[in-house]
Design a protein around this ligand. Structure first.
Ligand code: ADP
Length: 421
């Protein structure tokens, strides 16, 4: 069964960019995170900086004042509630504002302040007296372009002479039109279309046509090989900034398993647990959409209020579900792994693996297990994980997981959940 979610589409209109299923998934995930996150992700890891010229001094800033921003922009930044630069911004901002121009490739997980950084950099490079395009921001998807546009608009709200245009589907460009907006944000296909018709960046546009003097920055939340290769192809002589995600651990998590016969039995066990589930917030993982839908229907029939996060929903629908859950409107969220990957819901204190995470090879998928129930240690809230075991195979999986992490998974009798206390 296909448990993948919808894929955000730019498939047909991409100019130089290819968007295979995987990258579309990543873009979707990062958008979801953006839609639901309202504050900076805390990350205490050291930022790694690789300078293009290692002999030049490395600048980092601890305050926004040190960047000597225009007062209109500083006001915008403070108005957004930012007191000081985030970890990634401490290094990225001086590089992006440096003279002569320097290029940058930066990687850090979603929510660490990348969008705010490049929005601010674009706004401070613009000369509002010049009525032509000076900054071009290319986003992998339509929805992300809108989100980024909102940040630029909010940050630039006290700088009204700077105008922003959206090169996204639906916004047609007349041939020969003189675009006056100083900043253009868009998706590859439409940007390319506009470039051939209208954008006058004083040097023509789109990535391949940019003047050599243009500074170029590339940001991503993920950096598998294909993304690196692409980044290094399009960004000449880059400085590189990386901020590793804080590692998750199982140290603060108590793990249990429950022996069940089949899915109805698992459901009964879950109902016995339900009182404890709703004390705090819980996430329940199923293997397929179908199972998630079945379980949600069963729980609802029992009168429980649960939310379902499923692959056939649009990104906006999913963001709305997660948002409600984060705000505590529902205490229990049923989902599949694909749907929830990369989404941190920090206040969840109980995770139920209604189906255990199993890889393609039939063995335990340890990494997914860790993602589902692990916490980033230093902020480590305590938590519980309950695994439903309904076959010899799933008992094997539990044993594999125990061995892999060298942590005990204790048998739980759901007729007597006091053991969890
Ligand atoms: P990313 O692009 O890496 O996903 P964002 O720039 O969207 O991260 O920032 C994530 C959240 O943190 C947003 O809500 C943003 O408003 C906020 N944020 C960004 N920079 C700062 C900062 N310096 N201080 C406080 N909050 C910030």
């Amino acid at each position: 069964e296909d448990i993948n979610g919808n894929i955000l589409g730019e498939k047909n209109e991409n100019g130089g960019f290819r968007n295979d299923g995987d990258t579309a998934d990543l873009a979707e995930q990062s958008l979801l995170n953006k839609l639901i996150r309202r504050s900076l992700v805390r990350n205490r890891n050291q930022v790694e900086v690789l300078q293009r010229d290692p002999t030049s001094p490395l600048y980092s800033v601890k305050t926004f004042e040190e960047l000597r921003l225009k007062p209109e922009l500083l006001k915008g930044v403070y108005n957004m509630g930012f007191n000081r630069p985030s970890r990634i911004q401490e290094n990225a901002l001086p590089m992006m504002l440096a003279q002569p121009p320097q290029n940058l490739i930066a990687q850090s997980q979603s929510g660490t302040g990348k969008t705010a950084a490049f929005s601010l950099a674009m706004l401070s490079h613009v000369n509002p007296a010049n009525k032509w395009t000076q900054c071009l921001c290319i986003s992998p998807t339509y929805e992300l372009a809108l989100q980024i546009g909102k940040v630029i608009e909010q940050m630039g709200q006290f700088y009204p002479d700077v105008k922003l245009a959206y090169a996204i589907r639906g916004n047609k460009m007349e041939r020969g039109k003189n675009l006056q907006e100083q900043i253009v944000i868009g998706t590859p296909g439409t940007v390319l279309d506009w470039c051939t018709k209208a954008i006058e960046t004083r040097a023509s546009a789109s990535i391949d046509f940019l003047p050599r003097t243009a500074r170029c920055s590339f940001f991503s939340a993920t950096f598998e090989d294909s993304v690196w290769n692409f980044a290094e192809k399009v960004v000449p002589d880059p400085n590189i900034i990386k901020l590793k995600r804080e590692e998750e651990t199982l140290d603060t998590i108590k793990q249990f398993y429950v022996l069940c016969k089949e899915k109805e039995d698992k459901f009964t066990a879950l109902c016995n647990l339900y009182g404890s589930l709703t004390i705090a917030q819980a996430m329940i993982f199923c293997h397929t959409r179908k199972m998630a839908a079945w379980l949600t229907a069963q729980l609802t029939k029992e009168g429980h209020q649960v939310a379902l996060l499923s692959g056939e929903m649009t990104v906006e629908q999913r963001a709305a579900v997660i948002d409600r859950f984060r705000n505590g409107k529902e205490k229990v969220l049923v989902t599949t792994n694909v749907c929830s990957r990369g989404i941190d819901v920090e206040q969840v204190s109980l995770v139920v693996n209604f189906d255990l995470p199993v890889g393609m090879d039939g063995n335990a998928d340890n990494e997914t297990y860790l993602h589902r129930i692990g916490r980033t240690g230093r902020f480590g809230r305590r938590g519980f994980a309950v695994n439903m075991v309904d076959s010899k195979h799933s008992m094997d999986i539990i044993n594999q997981i125990e061995m892999h992490f060298n942590r005990r998974i204790t048998k739980l009798d759901t007729d007597n959940v006091d053991e969890m206390e």
